[in-house]
Design a protein around this ligand. Structure first.
Ligand SMILES: Nc1ncnc2c1ncn2[C@@H]1O[C@H](COP(=O)(O)OP(=O)(O)OP(=O)(O)O)[C@@H](O)[C@H]1O
Ligand SMILES: [Mg+2]
Length: 242
């Protein structure tokens, strides 16, 4: 479904991505992990058309995404929930959701999407008329994900959806990701919570300084020394997050 090959991205003099190749098949849950600055967000941003590739190719269902604008890429079926939950803080929950529903042509489609949203995110039904910026962090994250889903993406990219959330909300977000996946949504997930991510991902890519250091199934990555040391707290470094 998505194929990235030899992707290179620079911010001025800084080379953020040196050589990233990855693929996501239909229905898969693929995760990008790696320390701060490894290039996870930049990879997602390049796929979404937010930053430009200097080199390499990005193909989605046989179409190149290189040079396409974020709007066009969204309309092609790729939605991104950026790092640090971007919602419109001065708009209500309802208005935020409606903005995500740009591709719905009539009111009944919109209504049925809303009903689905409320099933997945009951809290948003309760807070429908509340101003987005006054929602709690976890509620804003749910709203950000719900808004992206209103566009019916073929591929949903989530950048650290559990960042900064209390443990019970982290549980909720992971449960939600599992639910979305079981409903057939293809997901590219960036996560620092490696232990949890290893439990749910089909395949993972470990990024390091703009390259793919390792890729494979959760079992394959679990046996990688660096993962054990740095993320799973089994080595001397300890701790499961960076
Ligand atoms: N707008 C920018 N201008 C200059 N350098 C940038 C910019 N955005 C990112 N970088 C650099 O590119 C590299 C990769 O950053 P990126 O945000 O992709 O990392 P990340 O893996 O998402 O990290 P984190 O886990 O902290 O979110 C870093 O060295 C970062 O400093
Ligand atoms: Mg990031």
């Amino acid at each position: 479904m998505l194929q990235v090959e030899n992707l290179q991205v620079r911010y001025g003099a800084i080379t953020a991505l040196r050589d990233i190749s990855l693929k996501v098949e239909e229905g898969e849950l693929v995760a990008l992990i790696g320390v701060n600055g490894a290039g996870k967000t930049t990879t997602i941003s390049a796929i979404a058309g937010i930053v430009k590739a200097v080199n390499g190719s990005i193909n989605f269902r046989g179409h190149s995404l290189i040079g396409k604008s974020p709007e066009v890429i969204l309309r092609m079926g790729i939605a991104v929930v950026p790092e640090r939950r971007h919602i419109f803080p001065s708009l209500t929950v309802e208005e935020n959701l409606r903005l995500g529903a740009f591709s719905r042509h009539n009111r009944s489609e919109y209504r049925s999407d809303l009903d689905e949203t409320f099933t997945l995110f009951p809290i948003l039904k309760e807070r429908f008329r509340q101003i987005g910026g006054t929602l709690s962090g976890g509620e804003q994250q749910q709203l950000a994900i719900a808004r992206s889903l209103m566009a019916h993406p073929q591929l949903l990219m989530l950048d650290e959806p559990s960042l900064g959330l209390a443990p019970t909300l982290v549980d909720q977000i992971f449960t939600l990701i599992i639910t979305l996946r079981s409903r057939g949504t293809t997901i590219l997930l960036v996560e620092q919570n490696v232990e949890r991510t290893l439990e749910i991902a089909d395949r993972l890519y470990l990024l390091n300084t703009g390259r793919v250091e390792m890729e494979g199934s959760p079992e394959q990555l679990k046996s990688h020394a660096a993962i054990k040391d740095v993320y799973l707290g089994e080595g001397k470094a300890g701790g499961n997050q960076l």
